[in-house]
Design a binder for this molecule. Structure first.
Ligand SMILES: Cc1ncc(COP(=O)(O)O)c(C=O)c1O
Length: 400
């Protein structure tokens, strides 16, 4: 018979592998002004909220706070949807939740792709065994109502998924009328509002959006970590009639709603401090008034656009389609875009983004989101472009 070998305490301790034990300094994060595609800087009150000591995820105080978060999310999204809650995960988790809870195997899902995140939607939908079909536009353009209706007539999908604010291109997709088309063609409408929530006018119910998702780290002035999710009555009815279980336990809204709804049944240990943060972020937005926040984003973006153009720079997107939260600036042909953005970060602690996918190396992406959308940041950034960019033009031409 096998004999267990009983080790003495010293024998146990001597077995510890110390090869990965390194003496690091206590953390000291550099100060940054985040004017890229996200995350954006968090509001100091939000950081203070997150630094509160954690409490239990079934504590009566926390249960009340959950209700406040849900109510405030309904306000900033302009929806009455009962199933509105923050997923414990980043925007991609909520993105995945909209698809996991609405797609049934073999269904046709139409994805409107005019940038990087449309491609991500198509990839995710295929993983839920949808038959994915696409309608596409160049990166920098938006879909017309006619484009969408033609695609709905051609493909007759069960679901259409599209991006309101394409962070890769800086395009704001006009949404009026698309929801009506979806009702007419008996199709659910999924909308990515990751770079629009809190910064761009959004009327989920008026626009007849069936499912939407967002993130915490952009227009809500919170760190990354939560993915606001909402589902309207048509999607809820479909969920209740599913033939198979939602093929993702963690993101199954029918299970999650037993915790977020009136039952308060344990599902997973909620990231309570992140929810303190989003509660405070949403409270601040409500105090400002959502329409005032939209207006603030618009006027700061217009000031940025004007300033960049007066420095001789071109913007990638036509003004009528430009996002107030994210501006794509064409990198002049005689400038090394990466060297310039690295210089801003290393010398001034200012982050701007580069292009993604087919726009890599062609544009800079400047975000003015949430707490960071203010005229002082615009002035400081324009000043840096004015004083620093000429040095980068000179360097490239003298090296040539
Ligand atoms: C439009 C869009 N959708 C989805 C995502 C994914 O969100 P996250 O990175 O928080 O997972 C992003 C991230 O920036 C985004 O910009």
């Amino acid at each position: 018979m096998y004999q267990f070998r009983v080790l003495s305490k010293t024998q146990y301790l001597s077995q510890v592998d110390r090869s990965h034990k390194k003496d690091f300094n206590p953390i000291s994060v550099p100060e940054r002004l985040l004017l890229g595609p996200g995350p954006s800087n968090s509001h100091p009150d939000v950081l203070r909220a997150i630094a509160q000591p954690p409490i239990g995820h079934l504590d009566p105080y926390y249960i009340d706070l959950m209700g406040e978060v849900q109510e405030l999310l309904r306000y900033v999204w302009q929806t009455d949807n009962r199933l509105t809650l923050p997923m414990s995960g980043t925007g991609s988790s909520a993105m995945e939740a909209t698809l996991a809870n609405s797609i049934e195997e073999g269904e046709k899902v139409l994805v409107a792709i005019n940038g990087y995140f449309g491609n991500r939607l198509a990839d995710m939908a295929s993983r839920y065994k949808a038959e994915v079909v696409t309608v596409e536009k160049d990166w920098g353009e938006a879909f017309s109502l006619e484009d969408i209706e033609e695609a709905l007539l051609t493909h007759k999908p069960a679901i259409i998924a599209m991006v309101h604010a394409e962070t890769s291109t800086g395009v704001c997709q006009p949404m009026e009328g698309i929801g009506d088309l979806c009702v007419k063609h008996d199709c659910l409408l999924v909308l990515d509002t990751v770079t629009s929530l809190g910064g761009v006018p959004l009327f989920l119910d008026k626009w007849k959006i069936d499912l939407a998702y967002s993130c915490s780290q952009k227009g809500l002035s919170c760190p990354p970590g939560l993915g606001p999710f909402t589902m309207g009555p048509r999607a809820e009815e479909k969920l209740s009639k599913r033939k198979e279980k939602v093929p993702n336990w963690y993101l199954d809204v029918s299970l999650l709603n037993q915790y977020w709804g009136s039952d308060r049944v344990y599902h997973h240990t909620a990231p309570v401090n992140m929810n303190f943060g989003i509660r405070e972020a949403l409270r601040l937005l409500a105090e400002e008034g959502i329409e005032n926040a939209w207006q603030r984003h618009r006027s700061n973006a217009e000031k940025l656009w004007k300033g960049l153009e007066s420095l001789g720079l071109n913007l990638h997107v036509a003004e009528a389609l430009r996002l107030p939260t994210l501006t794509t600036v064409v990198i002049p042909s005689d400038v090394n875009g990466k060297a310039f953005s690295s210089h801003l970060l290393n010398k001034y602690g200012v982050e701007i983004g580069g292009g993604l996918g087919s726009l890599a190396g062609k544009v800079w992406r400047i975000g003015l989101m949430g707490y960071n959308s203010n005229s002082e940041n615009v002035e400081n950034l324009l000043n840096l472009f004015d004083t620093e960019l000429p040095n980068f033009r000179e360097k490239l031409s003298s090296a040539a």
